[in-house]
Design a protein around this ligand. Structure first.
Ligand SMILES: *Cc1c(COP(=O)(O)O)cnc(C)c1O
Length: 220
């Protein structure tokens, strides 16, 4: 099936308010352009070099999201154009994003990545660490980043109960942080959770943004 057929099918399965980020990592610019020509505008990448190359060669109204782990020394390459960074996992990274965004005269939207999976390999912050960042003086002084929500990746497993409980935990943390820190800030509203194999569970748990690669573009 084509990208547009896959996308239509997906749109039927998820509520309209859930944003679909088409994760186009490893896919060619030609493939992305075809997808773009069907009307889809939000694409996600997980490597800086690849993201920059695609940004330079593809239409300017694409909304590029960085979904993968980001190293501080590479922030400068994407600060001028990235729409949303899903994977902020330290105050140091946030500080770098803030500085690079200031140089570009931009305010960059960021999600804090909460570690919800049991696997040790997954990046992310604990709930406690996120609370510490949100209540810090440092963050208060960062005028060029805006925290718009949380992101998480569930354990890679066939155990749907486990995945659901991780997503529910993420949603609960989001609600508590919203109450404590962003009750009157309507921009703190995004919950980025759900990929090809578990988006249906993420939708049930209240996701607002799913990051979908293989079921849109085919296997990598
Ligand atoms: C690759 C990737 C995705 C998409 O994965 P699929 O299983 O192909 O849907 C989503 N989020 C992140 C962080 C990724 O690296």
């Amino acid at each position: 099936m084509s990208f547009s057929e896959n996308l239509q099918k997906l749109h039927k399965e998820v509520p309209d308010k859930v944003k679909i980020v088409a994760v186009s990592k490893t896919k060619s610019e030609e493939t992305i352009l075809e997808a773009y020509n069907t009307g889809h505008k939000i694409f996600g990448e997980n490597r800086v070099q690849e993201l920059v190359r695609k940004y330079e060669n593809l239409p300017g109204d694409i909304e590029w999201h960085m979904v993968g782990h980001l190293q501080t020394n590479k922030v400068k390459y994407i600060a001028g154009f990235v729409s949303l960074i899903h994977s902020v996992d330290s105050i140091k990274l946030l500080d770098t994003i803030n500085k690079e965004a200031a140089k570009c005269n931009r305010i960059i939207d960021c999600l804090l990545q909460l570690r919800i999976a049991k696997e040790e390999t997954k990046f992310g912050l604990t709930y406690e660490e996120i609370r510490n960042i949100l209540s810090s003086k440092e963050l208060e002084e960062m005028k060029n980043v805006r925290i718009t929500g949380l992101m998480g990746m569930a354990t890679f497993t066939g155990d749907e109960n486990m995945i659901s409980s991780e997503f529910n935990y993420l949603a609960k943390c989001f609600q508590q942080l919203k109450l404590s820190f962003y009750n009157s800030a309507d921009y703190f509203k995004e919950l980025s959770m759900g990929m090809s194999n578990d988006y249906h569970l993420a939708v049930k748990a209240g996701t607002t943004m799913i990051r979908i690669g293989s079921i849109l573009f085919g296997a990598r």
